[in-house]
Design a protein around this ligand. Structure first.
Ligand code: GLP
Length: 241
């Protein structure tokens, strides 16, 4: 598990976005695994900036988002559909037919079909990941079985509190989501995890000291993946050896 440290979130996000840019350039029909959350906004700003400054073909891409809140419509500004459309898809001309989410209120399907759809397109070439303070990846909360696939999940109290900042009232935060499972994420050929700032310091320090995966910290499964890079800023990096 490689850890790369950058002076700022900006520099780290640019480095990560260049990895995705090069992947798309090299293989225009790539299957991208995408993430949302506060951490990713600079990443999408940099990636859409690069694509618009030095155009590459994005029309053959397929994207699979990690998760979506349960029971909210894709038009709801708090939905991850809306986040992705505003911050990335519309900026670079990725059509909704190319994008996939594990849940859409308007077209509900069996969530486990998501894993089959990913496999049918040859699997995820590169997966972007954030991390929760409790070590969650996607919305796989502590003690999620490592063999889990895409399914409806209950959000932990920590996650509801952390995500309340995106809502007017904590009571508006959905209590459930549909998330890729841990085994779904682990099947990606390459994984890039971003973590910035004080809030993610403790979990990344803990993860960097672990030697064997523990279901209590979902991200620790990444220790067994052959191609993972964790990209952090100096706020976290100065505590790592
Ligand atoms: C959210 C998302 C995750 C994300 C993580 C960190 O709840 N479901 O996919 O990686 O928690 O979010 P943030 O970047 O806002 O800290």
């Amino acid at each position: 598990m490689k850890i790369s440290v950058f002076e700022t979130k900006e520099a780290a996000s640019k480095y990560a976005s260049d990895i995705f840019y090069e992947q798309i350039k090299k293989q225009p029909n790539s299957v991208l695994g995408l993430a949302t959350g506060g951490t990713m906004s600079t990443f999408y700003e940099k990636l859409s900036g690069s694509i618009n400054e030095n155009p590459i073909d994005v029309k053959k891409l397929n994207t699979f988002n990690l998760d979506e809140y349960y029971e909210i419509t894709s038009e709801n500004p708090q939905s991850y559909h809306a986040y992705m459309k505003t911050l990335f898809f519309d900026k670079v001309g990725i059509d909704s037919a190319q994008t996939h989410f594990p849940y859409q209120k308007e077209h509900q399907e069996d969530p486990s079909l998501y894993d089959q759809q990913i496999d049918a397109l040859g699997g995820i070439d590169i997966q972007l990941l954030g991390i929760g303070r409790n070590g969650h990846i996607g919305f796989n909360e502590p003690n999620t079985p490592f063999n889990s696939i895409t399914r409806v999940v209950d959000l932990s109290e920590t996650t509801i509190q952390d995500n309340a900042r995106f809502f007017e009232d904590i009571n508006e935060v959905p209590k459930q989501a549909v998330s890729m499972g841990i085994s779904t994420i682990m099947k990606a050929k390459r994984i890039i995890l971003l973590a910035f700032g004080e809030a993610k310091k403790d979990i990344i320090i803990e993860l960097s000291k672990m030697t064997t995966p523990d279901e209590n910290i979902p991200a620790s499964i990444l220790l067994t993946h052959p191609n993972v890079e964790i990209i952090v800023d100096k706020t976290i990096g100065e505590y790592l050896n």
